[in-house]
Design a protein around this ligand. Structure first.
Ligand SMILES: N[C@@H](CCC(=O)N[C@@H](CS)C(=O)NCC(=O)O)C(=O)O
Length: 224
């Protein structure tokens, strides 16, 4: 990407990091990836995100940007002329996409996080049910956003909601193994199930989302 210096601080199995990687790939922006050890955070991470001390952090020409949705919007704006856009030009459509992207992290993200660290099986099952319920709502949102015919929330290509929700797809399989409940189920949410297959197969996503469920579970054990 010309003269731009892009460095991404991340963790390989983080949905928040993965969505930034997907957008960078989508736009064809090359970047240096630095894997963080969250049990021993680097001085660079602490200096770049002193408020939350979390990944992802994108460092663009020495300037740090934190919070995944903020980073995605930043990339889309700064590299507006490079590759496809994830945010619509129309203000109302943009507001709608931001609303659903916030809904995903609010409902799916919070339940995902609780499942990871809850000890009781009942608690994990209740949170998985919250994800299922959010996905049922998102099935309706998909119908609305895609007009019932387009392949993605963003239309013919990825939009903000696609990359935000799509970044959890690998984890849905992990949750299924942890909790024994099917999260993204074609009988309950057929449009979303088909969307998930399309999303996972797309070029910008290949090699980004965690696919090896046991590897993710093993890695998770190191934090418990
Ligand atoms: N809202 C943040 C969430 C980022 C987040 O939770 N990152 C986790 C990894 S998945 C992290 O860095 N955790 C380290 C910690 O909590 O100390 C975003 O969208 O970027």
């Amino acid at each position: 990407m010309g003269d731009h210096q892009m460095k991404l601080l991340g963790v390989w199995d983080s949905p928040y990091v993965n969505r930034v990687q997907i957008v960078l790939n989508l736009k064809g922006i090359s970047y240096e990836y630095v894997e963080e050890d969250l049990k021993n955070k680097s001085g660079l991470l602490l200096a770049c995100n002193p408020v939350y001390k979390k990944v992802p952090v994108l460092i663009h020409d020495g300037k740090p940007i934190a919070e995944s949705q903020v980073i995605v919007k930043y990339i889309d704006e700064v590299f507006a002329g490079t590759g496809p856009s994830v945010l619509p030009v129309d203000a109302y459509e943009r507001a709608t996409a931001c609303f659903w992207a916030a809904f995903v992290d609010d409902k799916v993200g919070s339940a995902w996080y609780t499942i990871l660290f809850a000890h009781e099986a009942e608690k994990k099952a209740a949170e998985a049910a919250r994800i299922v319920s959010a996905l049922e709502t998102l099935e309706g949102a998909f119908k609305y956003c895609s007009g019932g015919t387009a392949p993605f929330f963003g239309g013919d290509g990825f939009g903000l909601v696609d990359v935000v929700l799509g970044s959890y797809l690998g984890w849905f399989k992990v949750i299924e193994k942890m909790v024994g409940v099917r999260v993204l189920d074609a009988t309950r949410t057929p449009l979303l199930a088909a969307w998930g297959d399309r999303f996972s197969a797309a070029d910008p996503v290949k090699g980004v989302l965690p696919e090896d469920v046991d590897k993710v579970l093993e890695f998770l054990q190191t934090f418990l």
